[in-house]
Design a protein around this ligand. Sequence first.
Ligand code: FAD
Ligand code: MLT
Ligand code: ZN
Length: 476
Amino acid sequence: KPSPAAAPERLPFSRITPEDLAFFREILPGRTITDPDLLESSNVDWLKTVRGSSEVLLRPQTTEEVSRILKYCNSRNLAVNPQGGNTGLVGGSVPVYDEIILSTALMNNILTFHSISGILTCQSGCVLENLSLYLEERDFIMPLDLGAKGSCHIGGNVATNAGGLRLLRYGSLHGTVLGLEVVLADGQVLDCLATLRKDNTGYDLKQLFIGSEGTLGVITAVSILCPRKPRSVNVVFLGCETFEQLLKTFQLCRGMLGEILSAYEFLDSECMRLLNTHLKLPNPISDCPFYVVIETSGSDATHDGEKLHNFLDEAMTSSLVMDGTVATEDSKIKALWSMRERVTESLTHDGFTYKYDISLPLEQLYQLVTDMREHLGDRAKSVVGYGHVGDGNLHLNITSPAKDPALLAAIEPFVYEWTAKCQGSISAEHGLGLKKRNYIYYSKPSQAVALMSNIKAMLDPKGILNPYKTLPDNLK
Ligand code: FAD
Ligand code: MLT
Ligand code: ZN
């Protein structure tokens, strides 16, 4: 019996012909890539767990070019895989078979920035970190930040509705994205690139494309609301004895830090072991079962420092935390953040990684890790938990020396059934892509999935955009 995560049969899309290549070369001279060596990195995902066999990589620079490509592909029934920085973690960013890869890498211009409103408009292929650097020079920041910032594109972030490390403070992209320009499957350009905070003129169509994982249209430009750069930033790294104490510490810091709290992230001692072993990152405090990264961002260093001091005092005297260290200068702030941001990288050195990205009620967040450890016994190499406590988002990762179908069968559907019992979500922020699409019913009623499928059929009747992704193989 094939695993529900396996790819279905290739759908009857056309195969690329020399005439198709001649068309692409005419509209994208020098930017139609067919050399297998150059295509290799676009055919394999970041985790190196999914591999496609595309023979063509297109690198448009303008919306007009994207429109011409899609109009042509739709008329020829050629499947297309939109790709940004290829850092996605659910197998959505690479082809399954021979889909044409449409990369946004050369669509990397900033279009406008308004320093009073803080609204940035840019092409979708801008790398997140480059946008952050551009804004920081102007005293602003991006409302999102993630470990993949050096490679991921803003279009990819929007297409996956990426959460990341600042969601607790600035909210999701459903709130901060003000407008999108999207090229639909038939080449029509949908101009919803508004730069308004408020616009209730009917349905908010851009929301459909936020988190649509390249299945409904190709995002070509984004306008986004950016916060002012905080004048004072502090990072605290704390250790707790139990997860219950970690949650009590969260409650305390919400109360005592209030509006300056900008992140509350955690990792367990197994993550710390992997950081020490594989990346040689030393533990900045003494060994503890759980670690927390707390960030404050505010406008007054004295005020923020005082609040933080009072919070730490209370947390220590009430024995909620076992140990801790504080950073105010940039280099130490970066070093403490690495302990959280580089867990993903450390896992890739530990072995083949099975990744789960789960939303759960806070009280049950870590119980899943404990239960999974007990359930798997010594069948797994490492079972680790980390994530965005402030957002109720657990990252449960399990490694084995190599790909292990028996281990996978022990993890799934156990993990999904456990999540569904708590009314959680089987994908908090990474999306469904290829790997998770057939588990959608654990988190969405069949009526909602049927409606999603109708929307897909309306916007992309031939199904050329990112086939085999997001939607399940079977409708119930
Ligand atoms: P890709 O990986 O290229 O594509 C992702 C999906 O979006 C695919 O389905 C693709 O078809 C589609 N897509 C890409 N561009 C477009 C476009 N212009 N139009 C339409 N569809 C498009 N995610 C989080 O939510 N939070 C995190 O904290 C986080 N941290 C990460 C840390 C690391 C080290 C890594 C490797 C990944 C992390 N991710 C995180 C995963 C996350 O999904 C991506 O990093 C990011 O949002 C994807 O952007 P990308 O440009 O790489 O998109
Ligand atoms: C994170 O929060 O570190 C990312 O979502 C990546 C991951 O889950 O490994
Ligand atoms: Zn995450």
